[in-house]
Design a protein around this ligand. Structure first.
Ligand SMILES: Nc1nc2c(ncn2[C@@H]2O[C@H](COP(=O)(O)OP(=O)(O)OP(=O)(O)O)[C@@H](O)[C@H]2O)c(=O)[nH]1
Ligand SMILES: [Mg+2]
Length: 382
């Protein structure tokens, strides 16, 4: 699962990246600090099934802390956008190429209104302008790529299947799947390039808007105004999350991402004041710093993915080496038992006989649609 950060320069993308991955990247209050994309591992959180089964899991990837399972995803921090990026302004085209692999975009918006659309200091900039211009730039990029590639083709085939083949080949640069092209063709004719491009962008790179810098008063005012009109904006403070994670690592506070915190260590006045500010301005108002919430929402709600635990032994809930619940797979809601077998291992798919539900020990047929938190084993032929 690949997730990319998008947004104008100076909105806090690298700060969000650092908050989510704790990888040190350059963060600075000037435009175009990030030039080359940064790649890191972030984690989704979900309530682990270990408690329900009364065992202690041993994850092969990610980890489990106090019953919360941390499932790894890949996160990309990339160069910022300015208006006209799709025509090559700023670091535009480079940015757009870097989001190709992403399944979902987190649009990091500076809600404080203290940077203009070029990333320069200002006052009272309307964050709503950024929400629109960034989405518009990405849409226009799709339009341009599709137009350019269609010009190369003399005559488009009339049948949908042939058309899909041609489009998949031509649009590989956008990182779109055949299924996504098919869904878009059901809604828009290819002759209406603008609508088709926008539709394909929405399906292949949905955007979750993040109201960043919520520790600032101005951001809070803007959020109150805009969240009524745009109900899906998620409030966040990347800077607060970095501070809390650092304090957690130093054992100054007890902190699990996505929650509040409690002070447990000896603090000087400066640190105490900073943490109290975060509690007062961010945690008490929004429940958390929002960073974990953003990641979870993007994958579990926008993309509608679920978590499924494959085990080799459905009674013991272990792999062949005796590790409890070693894997937690992210799959799209609607994935069937047999598709899942292929996902775990091609050979398991090819030699699939049946699935077994570890809770009920009942057989799960090839076309059984998996549910979130299912624990399953796969029986296969020799
Ligand atoms: N108050 C506050 N400031 C923040 C927050 N997140 C980022 N900033 C500040 O915003 C400025 C820009 O942050 P970056 O993370 O470098 O922004 P960017 O989007 O990666 O910028 P480019 O790489 O230039 O596109 C820095 O001064 C950060 O400290 C936040 O949650 N709260
Ligand atoms: Mg950056």
């Amino acid at each position: 699962m690949e997730v990319a950060l998008a947004g104008k320069t100076n909105s806090g993308k690298s700060s969000f990246f650092k908050a989510a991955t704790m990888i040190d990247v350059e963060i600075s209050n000037r435009p175009f600090v990030t030039i080359k994309p940064n790649e890191g591992v972030a984690y989704l959180t979900t309530e682990c099934v270990e408690k329900e089964f009364g065992i202690k899991c041993k994850p092969k990837t990610g980890f489990c802390k106090n019953g919360t399972r941390f499932v790894p995803i890949k996160l990309w921090d990339i160069a910022g956008l300015v208006p006209g990026a799709h025509e090559g302004r700023g670091l535009g085209l480079q940015f757009l190429d870097d989001i190709r692999q992403a399944s979902v975009l987190l649009h990091i918006v500076d809600f404080s209104g203290m940077t203009d659309s070029e990333g320069m200091p200002t006052e009272n900039h309307n964050p709503e302008d950024d929400i629109q211009f960034v989405e518009n730039e990405i849409n226009l990029w799709f339009v341009d790529v599709i137009k350019r590639n269609l010009e190369k083709i003399k005559k488009l085939p009339p049948g949908k299947a042939e058309l899909m083949d041609v489009l998949q080949q031509q649009l590989s640069g956008l990182g779109v799947t055949k299924e996504q092209i098919s869904q878009t063709l059901d809604k828009y004719a290819i002759s209406d390039v603008e609508s088709f491009a926008k539709g394909l962008r929405q399906i292949s790179k949905p955007i979750l808007t993040v109201a960043n810098k919520m520790d600032l008063k101005k951001s809070q005012e803007n959020f109150e105004k805009l969240s009524q009109k745009h109900p899906n904006i998620v409030p966040a403070s990347a800077e607060s999350e970095i501070a809390l994670k650092k304090a957690g690592e130093k054992k100054l506070i007890n902190y699990t991402s996505g929650n509040g915190f409690e002070i447990v260590g000896e603090l000087d006045d400066i640190k105490r004041n900073a943490l109290e500010m975060i509690k007062r301005e961010v945690i008490d108002k929004y429940g958390s710093t929002g960073v974990q919430n953003v990641l979870n929402k993007a994958v579990f709600e926008i993309l509608n993915y679920i978590i499924v635990y494959p085990v080799a032994d459905a009674s013991k809930l272990t792999d062949k080496d005796g590790n409890y619940l070693p894997d937690a797979f992210l799959v799209p809601n609607g994935t069937t038992m047999k598709e899942f077998a292929f996902r775990v291992h091609t050979q398991l798919g090819e030699k699939f006989i049946t699935g077994i539900d570890a809770r009920t020990k009942l057989r799960l047929s090839a076309d059984y649609k998996l549910k979130n938190r299912d624990v399953v084993s796969i029986v296969f032929g020799k």
